[in-house]
Design a protein around this ligand. Structure first.
Ligand code: ADP
Length: 220
């Protein structure tokens, strides 16, 4: 694994872009943060390191900033859909290898993919779905790791308690897997294996296809 983080260009410093750039800096990364609003740039310049004012829909401005030399970029412009689409296509034209873009909805996400985004995030939709699972009380945490794979934490159901996981038939019957357990009274998760025996107060980390995990946790 690389011991240095890739430098990243973050375009659009609204709430999402600012949180993202801050996270990258906290991880020790190098960030070039860009926003078209001088007021936004001024407000963040003490906080984010290299922050510049530029209209990212202007390909010459992007070239002048050296954006073509970065292999990662994030288009965090949300509400200005037109700009977000245009900027994504310009980054693709400039040969940026890995382009991430924030979408407002699925239609926007589709267009972003077509014009060159390699990864599209839908923060509102993803967070809404996650919170729905938390609010309904099915799970204590829920994370979609790809379109069709999720991780969820929950209490073990009665039929998993007291038998070794390898004998529970969980994967065969429900097509979900317990990958880790936080034993009752412990602060940390640890790996499970076929010999792990769960107790009532434990917390388990489940992994599986979205539909399988959703069906399983609803039955808990
Ligand atoms: P959020 O919902 O995360 O707050 P917004 O879509 O409201 O995101 O904010 C996006 C940011 O993108 C704003 O600060 C805006 O000034 C900036 N922005 C919009 N168009 C451009 C552009 N063409 N070039 C660079 N930054 C832009």
């Amino acid at each position: 694994m690389a011991d240095r983080l890739h430098p990243v260009v973050v375009i659009g410093l609204g709430r999402f872009g600012t949180a993202l750039a801050t996270g990258l800096i906290e991880q020790g990364g190098e960030v070039l943060a860009v926003d078209s609003s001088p007021a936004v740039v001024q407000r963040l310049s003490g906080q984010l390191g290299q922050v510049v004012t530029a209209d990212a829909t202007d390909v010459d401005a992007l070239r002048e900033l050296g954006v073509q030399d970065f292999d990662r970029a994030v288009v965090a412009i949300g509400t200005h859909q037109h700009a977000s689409i245009l900027v994504t296509s310009l980054l693709d034209e400039l040969g940026v290898e890995s382009i991430w873009a924030k979408a407002l909805d699925r239609q926007h996400a589709r267009i972003l993919r077509r014009v060159g985004a390699h990864h599209v995030v839908l923060p509102e939709e993803e967070m809404g779905s996650r919170v729905a699972h938390l609010v309904s009380g099915e799970v204590s945490d829920y994370l979609r790791v790809s379109d069709d794979w999720v991780l969820a934490t929950a209490r073990p159901p009665q039929d998993l308690v007291g038998v070794p996981l390898g004998e529970s038939g969980l994967r065969r019957r429900h097509r979900v897997t317990v990958v880790s357990v936080k034993p009752a009274g412990s602060a940390e998760f640890t790996y499970t294996d076929a010999t792990t025996v769960l107790g009532y107060g434990d917390e388990i980390l489940l992994a599986g296809r979205t539909a399988d995990v959703d069906r399983y946790v609803r039955s808990l």
